[in-house]
Ligand binder design. Structure first.
Ligand SMILES: Cc1cc2nc3c(=O)[nH]c(=O)nc-3n(C[C@H](O)[C@H](O)[C@H](O)COP(=O)(O)OP(=O)(O)OC[C@H]3O[C@@H](n4cnc5c(N)ncnc54)[C@H](O)[C@@H]3O)c2cc1C
Length: 510
């Protein structure tokens, strides 16, 4: 059976790998000249600027996601870096008992507990409530690999799954707690402000903090040395090794449909490529409303389109700098308050600056030099997208001015780096849209809903359309690379089932 796939992002590549493993003949059509989609980095002069991965879930041997990644990648030979501190948050108002205004969010839960207890013994009950929840979460490996098993093994697995009730209980306990409501329960002013500022200006459910911390402590959320594009290239290599074929620089224009059955893809220069089934691993909105002209929809799809059920994940403004200076003494990830807030042309006001110093990845800059990234999330992606479309000179001018502002602030922060800047650039939501087609420049598909229940808003299939599937980070709120690979795997299982084939997964690099 021949299957054409749209998009060589992590979803398209992993779907392609699993399909190839199961005897399907696939080819991927990618509009860009490189693999990875959002999982990317780019070169400027001697520097590599990374536009994606800060951590990938499943980098510790033994976890379900590690097992999954290991099916496609030689995980033992990919160096992952695990940070001791997740982030340094500089406070505006308070200092701790040592006169320091920086809160260190340690990744080791024992160290974090010790640190917080030392600073705020009066908050022992809340501190331990938090750290103990992280420890409970650590005992559970989410999501478990749910391959079909023979009856006895699946019964045993079912019994074991009952343990997950404890995990659900922890989730339930934190269901109404956000970082701000948790902060209100703290007596110590330093700790209280630290938790208030945990997500900058946002109020986020505490589970969003505790789940990653549970993974960081287990070294299950590492950063791949070499950066995001290199990581995508490992997947590209696996796909090609499995016999897959990628057509780069080949944007898909339309899905060819006859009698409500997907038949092929119409690509650049109006060339048609026919196949027995089509998978779109590209953007949700583009697939349904452009490639299929909105002909296969229902009430639920329109509710999503009108953003009634979920919001689109934020887009990002990324400022990248290549600095001819050794910045190994700088924290790798910090957020600090600004004396004067920055007003972005899109109307968003930023009161803090978030800086990533890639001093832990020697592949991104020559020795003695450093790649640095400043980024801001924005909900106003449409402003940048429309500005670029309708007024290119004004767009360029807005970019130039903002890049100057950020350069000045970074210069102050890093103690006079301006004269050492050799390369710099600024990627806006319009850049993300242009390179990856993601609706509203979204970085991770849908934003998880407030209730945190993992809805599956996007189904693998569309109403009444045969031989057509959708599988990307848009299939589950929160997106990210683990969702991309598990979507590819689950979609392959579905197709195998429909074709009455037993799904198999084997290691590409045994
Ligand atoms: C700044 C940033 C930081 C992030 N940090 C992390 C992190 O630390 N950890 C993590 O797990 N995730 C992170 N993510 C999210 C993660 O990168 C994405 O969720 C994931 O890469 C999405 O993969 P995907 O294949 O589903 O979609 P995409 O990457 O969007 O891939 C879709 C592909 O389809 C192609 N395409 C689109 N339209 C067409 C067309 N018409 N014809 C042909 N090809 C087409 C695109 O070019 C692209 O290659 C981050 C993302 C960003 C932007």
């Amino acid at each position: 059976m021949k299957i054409n796939i749209i998009g060589a992002g992590v979803s398209g590549l992993t779907t392609g790998c699993y399909l190839q493993m199961n005897g399907f003949e696939t080819q991927i059509f990618e509009k860009h000249s490189i693999p990875g989609g959002l999982c990317t980095s780019w070169k400027k002069g001697e520097y590599t600027f990374d536009g994606c991965v800060h951590w990938i879930l499943g980098t510790d041997e033994g976890s379900s996601f590690y097992k999954m990644w290991s099916e496609l990648l030689d995980m033992k030979n990919i160096p992952f870096h695990n940070h001791e501190i997740r982030m340094d948050i500089e406070l505006k108002k308070n200092v701790n008992k040592y006169g320091e205004k920086i809160f260190h969010l340690y990744t080791n839960v024992n160290r974090l507990e010790e640190y917080m207890l030392d600073l705020a013994p009066e908050d022992e009950i809340q501190i331990k409530r938090l750290t103990n929840s992280i420890r409970v979460m650590q005992q559970f490996d989410l999501p478990p690999v749910m391959d079909d098993l023979p009856f006895i093994q699946s019964t045993i697995r079912g019994i074991k799954m009952a343990r997950y009730l404890k995990f659900l209980y922890v989730l339930f306990q934190w269901r109404n707690d956000t970082n701000r409501t948790f902060a209100q329960k703290l007596k110590n002013p330093f700790l209280r402000e630290s938790f208030e500022l945990l997500y900058d200006d946002q109020d986020v459910n505490m589970v969003v903090m505790t789940m990653p911390l549970a993974s960081f402590d287990k070294k299950s959320a590492g950063y791949p040395i070499g950066g995001s594009l290199q990581f995508a290239k490992y997947l590209e290599e696996a796909y090609i090794k499995l016999g897959g074929k990628i057509h780069y620089n080949t944007p898909v224009k339309k899905v060819i449909v006859e009698n409500d059955t997907a038949k092929g893809l119409l690509v650049r220069n109006n060339v048609s490529h026919y196949s027995d089934a089509i998978i779109s691993a590209a953007d949700w909105n583009w697939t349904i409303f452009e490639a299929l002209e909105g002909k296969y929809t229902d009430k639920k799809i329109f509710e999503l389109k009108e953003l009634k059920k979920l919001k689109v994940f934020y887009s990002v403004l990324q400022f990248s700098f290549g600095i001819n200076k050794d910045l190994s003494d700088q924290p790798h990830f910090s957020r600090f308050p600004l004396a004067t807030p920055i007003l972005s042309p899109d109307g968003t006001q930023y009161e803090r600056l978030e800086v990533h110093v890639y001093n832990y990845d020697p592949t991104l800059a020559p020795k003695g030099k450093t790649s640095v990234v400043v980024s801001f999330y924005t909900e106003k992606a449409d402003y940048w997208i429309e500005l670029r479309k309708n007024d290119r000179p004004k767009y360029r001018e807005a970019k130039k001015q903002m890049l100057e502002t950020i350069t000045e602030l970074l210069d102050k922060r890093l103690g006079g780096i301006k004269e050492f800047i050799e390369e710099r650039d600024f990627a806006t939501p319009a850049t993300y849209l242009r390179y990856t087609n993601n609706w509203k420049g979204s970085t991770q598909g849908w934003l998880p809903g407030e209730n945190l229940i993992a809805l599956s808003p996007v189904k693998f299939t569309l109403p009444t359309l045969k031989n057509f599937y959708m599988g990307s980070h848009w299939n589950q709120p929160g997106g990210g690379l683990p969702i991309a690979i598990s979507t590819g795997r689950d979609l392959t299982k579905k197709i195998c089932k429909e074709q009455k084939k037993k799904f198999i997964s084997k290691k590409v690099n045994p």
